[in-house]
Design a protein around this ligand. Structure first.
Ligand SMILES: NC(=O)c1ccc[n+]([C@@H]2O[C@H](COP(=O)([O-])OP(=O)(O)OC[C@H]3O[C@@H](n4cnc5c(N)ncnc54)[C@H](OP(=O)(O)O)[C@@H]3O)[C@@H](O)[C@H]2O)c1
Length: 164
């Protein structure tokens, strides 16, 4: 169970909803301690949003589901999560289907003999995150689990240098 976003739709983008998030989190903790939830976490939380829960709650978030894909890698937030033992779950690992348009990514996928999606999911895995791809095609869903190859350090750096 995740808190989807640290602020409500239509909420003030300048405001930090620390009190409200803490209140929701307490309900999560109760449900977790009652054995109703297997794991509790958050999504789209910044370092500041996470710090509020870490400082004031009993149980810290187990996961932060955030957007991580080639061209969008929030390293500082990922490092913070790692340092606090919070699993980063990468949503939109295929940039919602937009990655194939970049020739350098397609060329690298071809070099490894994999699809662009496989390269993209493997990239997120090698960053120490858990990729969360989405597909309605059985063939793609299966392919997204076939990640038994390793992107070289040099190629990881090249992928990290790609901007959205
Ligand atoms: N927490 C949040 O705020 C948040 C925000 C956004 C998304 N999410 C969640 O994250 C998950 C993934 O998000 P996303 O839809 O943006 O994921 P994504 O995997 O980045 O993009 C999905 C697109 O990639 C295509 N695709 C996936 N695997 C492929 C493959 N092997 N080969 C070719 N094309 C492939 C899909 O095609 P087809 O569909 O045509 O098969 C679809 O067009 C969803 O469950 C979503 O709910 C969470």
């Amino acid at each position: 169970m995740l808190i989807h976003w640290p602020r409500p739709w239509g909420g003030d983008p300048e405001k930090t909803y620390n009190e409200e998030n803490l209140e929701v989190w307490k309900a999560f903790e109760e449900a977790y301690e009652a054995g109703k939830l297997k794991a509790i976490g958050v999504s789209n939380f910044s370092v500041e949003d996470l710090q509020n829960l870490i400082d004031n709650a009993k149980i810290k978030p187990m996961v932060n589901q955030i957007r991580v894909h080639i061209g969008h890698v929030p390293l500082e937030l990922m490092e913070f999560c790692k340092a606090n033992d919070i699993l980063v779950e990468s949503y939109s690992p295929n940039a919602t289907g937009r990655l194939s348009a970049k020739k350098e990514i397609a060329d690298m996928a071809a070099k490894y003999g994999v699809s662009v999606s496989q390269l993209a999911n493997r990239f997120d895995l090698q960053l120490g995150t858990l990729p969360l791809p989405k597909s309605v095609h059985e063939e793609y869903i299966k392919q997204n689990t076939e990640l038994d190859f390793v992107i070289s350090e040099e190629d990881m750096q090249a992928l990290l240098a790609i901007k959205e």
